[in-house]
Design a protein around this ligand. Sequence first.
Ligand code: MN
Length: 198
Amino acid sequence: MPHPDSLQPYRDRRSADRTPEPAGRLTPVPGSRIFVVQKHDATNLHWDFRLELDGVLKSWAVPKGPSTDPRDKRLAVTTEDHPLAYRNFEGTIPEGEYGAGTVLVWDRGTYRVLTERDDRAADPETAIEKGHIAVWLDGEKLKGGYALTRTRGRGEKSQWLLVKMRDEEADARRNPVSTQPESVISGRTLEEIAEEEG
Ligand code: MN
C-alpha cells in the first residue's frame, strides 16, 4: 500500500462539495493494473497520463500528449496521485476550482511493467522512485512500449520524458492526439462535454 497520505495533496486542492470529481479514497484492485489518459482543457491543454499503482493513479501531465513516433520526446510533469475512481471521470471542473476545465477519457486499458531488474520485472514503485519505468500499454489508442524517464527534479512537478519505444506498435504516421480526439467512453469531444455539462 502507498503511504496513507498519498492522496492528501489531491484532497487538499479540491472542494468536494463544488467539483464533480470523485472523492479521494484508496481503492486497490488486486491483480489488475489499469492506465488511463485524460485530455484536460485547463489553463493549458494537456493529457494526464496515469498508471494504477497500489490503489492510486500515479500521474503525469503531458502538454503535447503521447506520441506513437519513437523520435518524439514528450515532456511529462509529475502531478499529485489521483484516486483510482478518477479513471472514469469525464466532465467539467467548475471555474475557480483546482484544475478548472473540461476532462475526457482519451484512452484507457491495462499495462504491464517492462523495466527489468535482476532479470525480473522491476517493482514499479521502485522504478518510479528511481526515475525510470518502461510499460507495455494495451489501450484502445495507445499500444506497445512506452518509457518514462525523469530528467529534472524530484517528487511533484519533476520533469520526465515520455517516449514511445521501438517495437511493432511504433508508428510515425499515426498521430492519435489530433486524429482521434474523442472520448473512448462516450465518443464525445471536449467541446461536446463542455456544452452538455458546462
Ligand atoms: Mn490535468
